[in-house]
Design a protein. Structure first.
Length: 247
């Protein structure tokens, strides 16, 4: 048996049993862990407000030797990112970003860099005047890079030739005319430069570029397809986010 204290952010939540809540908490020390907050959904529960999606906090946790799921003893909230939680479009985007994180990382795999990138983007979504579509595209591409899916931008991803003309989403990078497949996105200078900047930028500066609405639209189309094809996953949270944008 062990008691631990870990700082992290709740990236998933669901009701569990009678009045309890199952949490997925992304911590720096232990990666994504599962923990039960007992009584969190009951009336007058002290932990109800802090056992919520996107709560960033210091968690006191209890782990029995023979169980993978921990128990939440106490939560000291550091930030609730409430402006993002109170806007349905931003909230639905945050759910999608967290789903990408879970898909790439899985459970019990510590990755401090991924956690900080997620926190930076959730912070920007809540408190900065950045277009959500910009945050989305940057997060999609940056997390793929960190997660082992760095796209090849300087040479053909198939044969290594320098005569590149388009981005092949399935092959994972730029391709030449001889190697291009059916998942091609034609490049122009602005789109290529955006990809180049995001992949190479320091994490703290990854949002520090200007982009027109048209460029963001094209960039989002590429990055979301790249995530879906490379991870072989269709995210329902992305479909829901798009539905919210139409409202």
């Amino acid at each position: 048996m062990a008691e631990i204290r870990a700082k992290g952010i709740i990236i998933k939540q669901s009701d569990y049993g009678e009045g309890h809540r199952m949490l997925s908490i992304f911590t720096e020390e232990y990666g994504i862990i599962k923990a039960v907050s007992y009584g969190a959904t009951k009336t007058r529960s002290k932990s109800a407000a802090s056992s919520q999606f996107l709560c960033y906090a210091d968690f006191d946790l209890y782990k029995a030797n023979n169980r993978d799921i921990m128990t939440v003893n106490a939560i000291d909230t550091l930030d609730g990112f409430y402006p993002a939680c109170e806007d349905i479009k931003k909230l639905s985007l945050a759910v999608y970003l967290c789903d990408i994180t879970y898909s790439i990382l899985g459970t019990n795999n510590p990755d401090a860099r991924m956690l900080h990138i997620l926190l930076n983007c959730i912070y920007a979504l809540a408190y900065k005047d950045e277009p959500p579509e910009k945050i989305k595209a940057v997060y999609e591409l940056k997390m793929m890079c960190v997660g082992g899916y760095m796209p090849e931008l300087t040479a053909c991803a198939s044969c290594g030739k320098s005569d590149i003309f388009a981005f092949d989403i399935l092959k994972g990078g730029m391709v030449c005319h001889d190697c291009g497949g059916k998942y091609l996105v034609k490049m122009d200078k602005t789109l290529y430069k955006a990809l180049e900047y995001i992949t190479a930028a320091e994490d703290k500066k990854m949002l520090a570029f200007n982009a027109s609405d048209e460029l963001l639209k094209r960039l989002n189309s590429l990055t979301e397809q790249y995530v879906s094809l490379q991870l072989d996953t269709r995210f329902q949270s992305l479909d829901y986010y798009k539905t919210m944008l139409e409202m």
